[in-house]
Write a protein that binds this ligand. Structure first.
Ligand code: NAG
Ligand code: NAG
Ligand code: NAG
Ligand code: ZN
Length: 425
């Protein structure tokens, strides 16, 4: 009986990640903006799943389906674009990543005290309990709010943090979200660490005296849960618009700004599917309504993604700078300089710039462009560090680096928030 059970468990463990048998991942390093553009114009043919967007400065990382690998490689060779294999067998590497994560989990044991551990990635239930316990511990400055329901019926939570109960209209509001893309796990501990540094471990009181904060640690809980349980590379929501076979849409292509025009797919099965209509996804509605509710006071909206070590700002849907480009750039630089004070040499230095220019491709319907278009003066997308370049580490940012990344990123974000405060006053 025991042996049967063990065998069944073993089969289950091995069945995980089966959809990635035969896939490979490649580092791709275009050396000029011409190469970057030709890479993008050829990439549709190969149905790439890009995990980290390449820039001229830093190589990107992409997953390639077994049927596309030969064509992909020969196209890169024809274009003279440098590439290398990152992982030869994606399923095997994902199994290894799971082992790393589980070993850390076992070493942690089941017990932890009130603050969240940062030695590992946490599941949805743990994050929700952390949020409600934090709100209970800090009743005079925090309020946990439910901002709607996900497609699968999960509560969409955000935490409001304020020393003046959001009643002082002279205080700028800072909005920070994470995990609109399900697989981009590292944004979540960064968001909860920000909460920690504004509540239980507040040591820079000016940040609470001068600003009100809205933190949304998991915009897309359905996708996040699915990326833990079934598909590590799940990016979209889990909505079911029944006319389609595939579930979900890219919530960060679903906002009301040049929706469904650039850098999107019309095919429901694709990773960048824009959705059946503007704000068809409850998760995009959730963020959109928070931004609209506080529009008059939001100084800075920061959306956390991964990975790539870039900070980009509008516009994304066309080549061209926003009228507030100087302010946007100076907040971006303040964030990078803050991060740089604590950064490890293993990680690439952040690049800062206009989205279309840095990424070499256009994107429409994103949350930062939308927020900026309706009047939020400062909106930036921060792509956190991921797998170490040129190493063949796995797909997750190794859990041993979580504490490092949350600490360095908070250093940068707190500097960026202060800079934003100077700019809007
Ligand atoms: C939480 O527990 C850890 C490990 O037992 C300990 O090192 C840490 O000081 C504790 N923190 C608090 C706030 O009690
Ligand atoms: C909140 O309460 C704590 C103690 O309960 C106190 O130290 C802190 O000053 C209070 N903060 C505000 C903003 O009222
Ligand atoms: C989507 O919903 C329809 C209607 O409820 C259901 O028949 C279908 O199985 C669902 N699709 C998936 C992939 O779950
Ligand atoms: Zn993302």
């Amino acid at each position: 009986m025991k042996i049967l059970l063990l065998a069944a468990l073993f089969a289950l463990a091995n069945a995980k990640h089966e959809q990635y048998i035969g896939w490979k991942s490649y580092f791709v390093g275009p050396a000029s903006s011409e190469q970057l553009a030709s890479l993008h114009s050829n990439s549709n043919k190969f149905n790439l799943d890009i995990l980290s967007r390449p820039t001229v400065q830093n190589a990107g990382l992409t997953l390639v389906h077994p049927d596309s690998q030969e064509g992909f490689v020969s196209t890169l060779e024809n274009l003279g674009i440098t590439y290398s294999i990152h992982v030869n067998d994606v399923k095997v590497q994902l199994d290894r990543d799971d082992e790393i994560t589980e070993a850390y989990q076992r070493s942690l044991g089941k017990f932890w005290n009130s603050s969240l551990p940062y030695e590992n990635y946490q599941n949805w239930e743990t994050i929700v309990s952390y949020l409600s316990e934090t709100a209970e511990r800090n009743p005079n400055i925090t309020k946990l709010v439910k901002g709607g329901l996900s497609s699968e019926g999960r509560d969409l939570y955000y935490l409001k943090i304020s020393s003046t109960d959001f009643e002082d209209w002279t205080k700028p509001v800072i909005v920070i979200d994470a995990a609109i893309h399900a697989r981009e796990w590292i944004g979540i501990p960064v968001a909860t660490w920000i909460i920690n540094k504004l509540t239980d471990e507040l040591d820079e009181a000016d940040l609470l005296e001068k600003f009100d904060w809205i933190i949304i640690p998991v915009v897309n809980p359905d996708g996040y849960v699915y990326s833990h349980d079934y598909d590590r590379f799940w990016r979209k929501t889990r909505s079911n618009h029944t006319e389609h076979w595939c579930l979900g849409a890219d919530a960060n292509r679903n906002f009301d700004h040049y929706w469904n025009t650039e850098g999107v797919s019309q095919y429901a099965c694709d990773e960048t599917y824009a959705g059946v209509s503007v704000l068809s996804e409850p998760e995009a509605q959730f963020v959109s309504s928070i931004i609209n509710e506080h529009l008059a006071r939001i100084a800075l909206y920061l959306t956390l993604h991964s990975y790539g070590s870039t900070i980009t700002y509008p516009w994304s849907h066309r080549i061209g700078l926003s009228n507030n480009a100087l302010g946007l750039h100076s907040v971006g630089i303040a964030i990078v300089n803050g991060i740089q004070e604590l950064a490890l040499p293993q990680f690439p230095r952040y690049e800062v710039g206009n989205s279309a220019l840095v990424l070499g491709e256009l994107i429409s319907g994103s949350s930062d462009d939308y927020a900026h278009s309706i009047g939020v003066p400062l909106t930036l997308t921060l792509r956190l560090p991921g797998t170490i370049p040129r190493s063949s580490a796995g797909f997750i940012l190794d859990p041993q680096y979580i504490q490092q990344v949350v600490t360095e990123t908070w250093k940068g974000i707190s500097a960026g928030v202060r800079r934003a405060g100077e700019l809007v006053n």
